[in-house]
Design a protein around this ligand. Structure first.
Ligand code: M3P
Ligand code: FE
Length: 310
């Protein structure tokens, strides 16, 4: 049995589908690869090879729907179904095509109370630069030219659900706990966790808050220069920034937080941080250095950053 390979797609509701299309195409640099008659859009980044990594659904409310992860082979779906059910969590198989362009999908609600989907197959379209003697980046790319969707950070209602969900993803999917924030008596309570499926610091993260939701999902960029240029592109387009370019202590990522037109928080994440190995010791951030972990330079609390999300 093989594990989760990577994040596959994020599914969100947006307020104005045309404004969102313009934003994700011209500022993020994604391409619309499919459009349904109800207005739902499917988009991909230039460095991704499957048909889409983002689903935008026109809606009255800017809400988060779900996230899907890609597993290596179709039989992993049956193996994970058994493992998840043994763990005491119900699952459902959606036949091929129910989630557009995807093979069979395994659906379940994690202990964090978020819906997760696992799939092994999605229509292949290839990278924008092709796969034979490729250019390092597409000359026709737009905006910040995001490479791919790198990770998602979900909010849980309180730390108990976060701790349960973290254990679930470690036990069932063999994800590696790369970093954690521990608070309370002798640091016995996990307030935030970063889980890795491969060799990057995180594919999935949880932060305990007041309600279940999504804090952000992040677009990968090569490095610090791309972060600076992206912040310039955002300013030129009057994008609302939450946090200007800086460094995370946690994961060592180089970051900008900003909002899409519906108010979903997004991140640009660069520099890959460090390589994760199964035997790497988990990095722990203590309650007194929590904000140093989040914003390494200022080390200061930013209230709205952890209280506002979709
Ligand atoms: C990241 C990251 C919070 C910390 C966020 C960290 C929301 O987004 O990519 O490492 O407290
Ligand atoms: Fe992040």
């Amino acid at each position: 049995m093989s594990g989760i390979m990577r994040l596959g797609h994020v599914d969100i509701n947006v307020l104005d589908i045309n404004e969102s299309r313009d934003y994700y195409e011209n500022i993020i640099g994604m391409e619309v690869t499919r459009e349904d008659s109800d207005g739902t859009l499917y988009l991909k980044c230039w460095d991704e090879w499957d048909k889409y990594s983002l689903i935008l659904r026109p809606s009255e409310e800017a809400t988060y729907n779900k996230v899907a992860y890609k597993v290596e082979k179709d039989s992993d779906i049956d193996d994970f179904k058994e493992k998840i059910e043994k763990y005491g969590i119900q699952t459902e198989i959606l036949e091929a095509g129910i989630i557009p362009e995807c093979g069979r999908v395994l659906k379940f609600i994690s202990p964090s109370e978020h819906e997760f989907n696992l799939y092994a197959e999605k229509t292949f379209v290839g990278k924008k630069v092709g796969h034979t003697n490729p250019a390092p980046w597409p000359i026709e790319g737009k905006g910040i030219k995001a490479h791919w969707i790198d990770h998602i950070l979900l909010m849980t209602q309180g730390p108990e659900k976060l701790m349960e969900a973290t254990k679930f993803f470690e036990d069932v999917f063999d994800m590696k706990l790369a970093e954690q924030v521990c608070v309370g008596p002798e640091g016995s309570v996990q307030a935030a966790t970063w889980l890795s499926a491969g060799n990057t610091p995180h594919d999935l993260a949880f932060v305990a808050g007041a309600e279940t939701g999504m804090h952000h999902f992040a677009f990968f960029l090569d490095g610090w220069n791309d972060i600076l240029r992206s912040a310039d592109v955002m300013a030129m387009n009057n994008v609302k920034l939450d946090v200007t370019p800086q460094r995370h202590g946690i994961t060592r990522g180089e970051t900008i937080y900003f909002f899409d037109p519906s108010g979903h928080r997004l991140e640009t994440f660069a520099g890959l941080g460090y390589a994760v190995c199964k035997d790497m010791p988990t990095v722990t951030w203590t309650e007194d250095e929590l904000w140093r972990g989040i914003f390494y330079h200022t080390g200061q609390e930013n209230g709205a950053f952890t209280t506002a999300y979709t």
